[in-house]
Write a protein that binds this ligand. Structure first.
Ligand SMILES: NCC(=O)N[C@@H](Cc1c[nH]cn1)C(=O)O
Ligand code: ZN
Ligand code: ZN
Length: 492
């Protein structure tokens, strides 16, 4: 038990500790579903995952709608029914605040052969960690929230808040259809929501909890170079043709320099100017550069100093190359000239970059570089997905309540951080619903999201569950105080 926790909080913590095995069993069942949204062949599994989660919420007494998001067009022209999205609600007491929780249950692809030490879809405990794809991103945190709600129910405690849930299965592919859905549901489902909480990122360290107030956006590019109709023998045709993959590599190689600076003209023009005040903020963040290097497994970062590293993770754009479709990538050597290759890269966007301007700058730049090569091949550049960055005002009830809960459970104040990754819904929520949004991570920095051996530590899973339960009590208390204060104002 925590020294500053109340009797009620200690009762809740005890329940969570006593039911650890059950909570791990559910996480194991959820991780076992290969709900990979990146590969269209696994869409059925994402749908199955959404149905399992819907049943769990229904068992807690929630009203659940599985909202349809329509279809998407596959590269071969076929259309695919998208997995549904969960909209659920539990409690409708007008005296209580309504907190809406967002999470996603789709995952990034994972195969044992990628270098995992255990099967990615079999949750495996070792040295206090629970390994499995989605354990941290984002099945574990979604379950921590649900487990916290369940704890109140099981102990027959009054629910401190009304709950709403929006849980999707397409986050890892940029949340298609989500913006329209939020717009459509803004007057109904979201109208009585007071606060929105997302728990889909990590702390800055392995020791200290954090609260997140910003994320970068993202714009993904496909750069397709096509020669003829079929792959060619490199002995027969090598030396006499312009090879598509050579063109593509030249294009990809023109994007960033050795220092990580993006070479696309104009790309930094709209990036918000760094003020002295903001600079001081990075100086004050506690950040272990060596520890972060160890987590990443690399020997050297592009920058040596703490502030530059933080700024380049959070407040400057970055460009990453993800892969080449159509290139031979199996073990061994195949002496082929691939005739159609697609390079894939993305740029993380920061305030105040504009998606259409960046798209135009990148296309223009690639076309210029390509034209200098006098290649007869065909170049096509497209943008399969994009999302805007998000920045929150931290001076509000949501952040105060979360800080209070962190103090109770961990006995310390959180790191106030931004995150370099992208949660498309964060800014959509902020823009459309105008409600306050907070990101409330529960996991250590070394969780390995999107990587091999992704995990959530046992401690993060259960302390996270306690944290959310404490947060419910804290936000209810603060909300009541706010309402009392506003009633006094109107009666005076
Ligand atoms: N946990 C959030 C996350 O990993 N989000 C993805 C979303 C995305 C952005 N571009 C394509 N997908 C991320 O990579 O940040
Ligand atoms: Zn995620
Ligand atoms: Zn992710």
């Amino acid at each position: 038990s925590s020294s500053s926790a109340s009797g009620l909080e200690n009762q809740i913590f005890q329940y969570i500790d006593l039911h650890q095995n059950e909570f791990i069993k559910i996480l194991k069942e959820w991780v076992a579903v290969e709900s990979d949204s990146v590969q269209p062949r696994l869409t059925q599994e994402v749908t199955r995952m959404m149905e399992i989660a819907a049943a769990r919420l229904q068992a807690l007494g929630a009203t659940v709608e599985l909202a349809q998001l329509g279809t998407s067009q596959l590269p071969d022209g076929q259309s695919l029914l998208l997995p549904p999205l969960i909209l659920a609600e539990l409690g409708k007491d007008p005296q209580k605040p309504t907190v809406c929780f967002y999470g996603h249950l789709d995952v990034q692809p994972a195969k044992k052969e990628d270098g995992w030490e255990t099967d990615p879809y079999t949750l495996t405990e070792s040295d206090g960690n629970l390994y499995g794809r989605g354990a941290s991103d984002n099945k574990g945190p979604v379950l921590a929230w649900i487990n916290a709600v369940e704890t109140f129910k099981a102990l027959k405690l009054d629910m401190p808040v009304n709950f709403k849930f929006i849980i999707e299965g397409l986050e890892e592919v940029g949340s298609p259809g989500l913006e329209k859905l939020i717009k459509d549901k803004n007057q109904l489902f979201f109208s009585d929501v007071d606060y929105i909480v997302i728990s889909d990122n990590l702390w800055l360290s392995n020791r200290k909890p954090a609260l997140t107030y910003g994320t970068r956006g993202s714009i993904c590019f496909f750069v397709e170079v096509q020669g003829g109709e079929r792959d060619l023998h490199s002995g027969t045709f090598g030396g006499i043709i312009h090879e598509p993959i050579t063109d593509l590599i030249a294009l990809l190689d023109s994007l960033v320099d050795i220092s990580g600076r993006i070479l696309i003209p104009g790309i930094y023009d709209d990036v918000s100017i760094l003020t002295e005040e903001e600079k001081k903020l990075y100086e004050s963040v506690e950040f272990d550069v060596e520890g972060h290097k160890n987590i990443s497994g690399v020997k050297k970062f592009l920058y040596d100093n703490k502030e530059e590293i933080l700024m380049n993770m959070w407040r400057y754009p970055s460009l990453s190359i993800h892969g080449i479709e159509g290139a031979f990538h199996e073990p061994g050597i195949k002496t082929v000239i691939p005739i159609r290759v697609i390079g894939k890269f993305s740029i993380r966007l920061v305030p105040h970059m504009n998606i259409s301007i960046v798209e135009h700058q990148v296309k223009q730049y690639l076309e210029d570089i390509f034209s200098k090569r006098s290649s007869p091949n065909k170049l096509m550049v497209s943008v399969p997905l994009s999302a805007v960055p998000w920045l929150a005002d931290i001076n509000n009830t949501l952040y105060t309540a979360a800080k209070g809960a962190i103090k109770t459970v961990f006995g310390q104040d959180p790191d106030m951080i931004r995150d370099g990754s992208t949660i498309p819904i964060a800014r959509m929520f902020q823009n459309i619903t105008k409600k306050s949004v907070m990101m409330f991570p529960i996991g250590d920095a070394d969780a390995g999201e999107h990587s091999q051996n992704e995990k959530i530590s046992r401690s993060n899973y259960f302390q996270g569950t306690k944290l959310f339960a404490t947060f419910f009590l804290e936000i209810a208390k603060l909300h009541e105080q706010l309402q009392e204060a506003s009633t006094m104002k109107t009666t005076n």
